[in-house]
Design a protein around this ligand. Sequence first.
Ligand code: FES
Length: 215
Amino acid sequence: MPGPQTRIDGKPCDGPMGESPLNEGLQRRQVLALGSAAVAACCFGACGSALAANPAPAAERPQKGDWLVIADEGEQEGKVITLDMLNVGGAMMNAWPVDAESKTTRSKSRFNKVIVVRVEPGKLDEATLAKSVDGVIAFSSVCTHQACAVTGWIPEDAMLACPCHGSLFSVGEGGKVLGGPARKRLPILPLAVDADGMLTVADAFTAKVGPAAQT
Ligand code: FES
């Protein structure tokens, strides 16, 4: 499981995984580690070096036409994400949007980070399906409770989980809260795919990212 979580204000979360009601549930389930199944198809520039050369787009929210690159640390970091890199029920990926014009990774704000998963398209409701590509869908990685990173993925139930206080979010129902203290659904970053199979951003986040009090 991931290490200690930090809130957006820099303070540690007060409900570590070990005290979370989610913990027991997660231990009973297979929670896939993010990024482990990623197979790189292509990479722009030097992998991992697509970091901000230009501070403005690096902090701006994702824009239509942005690419997505792998945000997980390791060999895959910085690689452009293509549709065929994600399997139904497979590992989730953390991703950053990249300004397609300046090639700037929008990594100056953690509010720009997204989680990408793939499920059977039939598991998505109509509104969610419209924001996905062949069952591939991206959500904000910032929990809407107290802004911890959402790191749990339970593919058999198509649920995302926050380890801090156990909030659960439905992938199929557009990030709807299924349990825990969060009161606001997890925003979606609508996706498209280009002729080369690269995932691109189709529109802005469906709602402001993070806890309601922060947005
Ligand atoms: S920050 Fe509390 S459940 Fe996510």
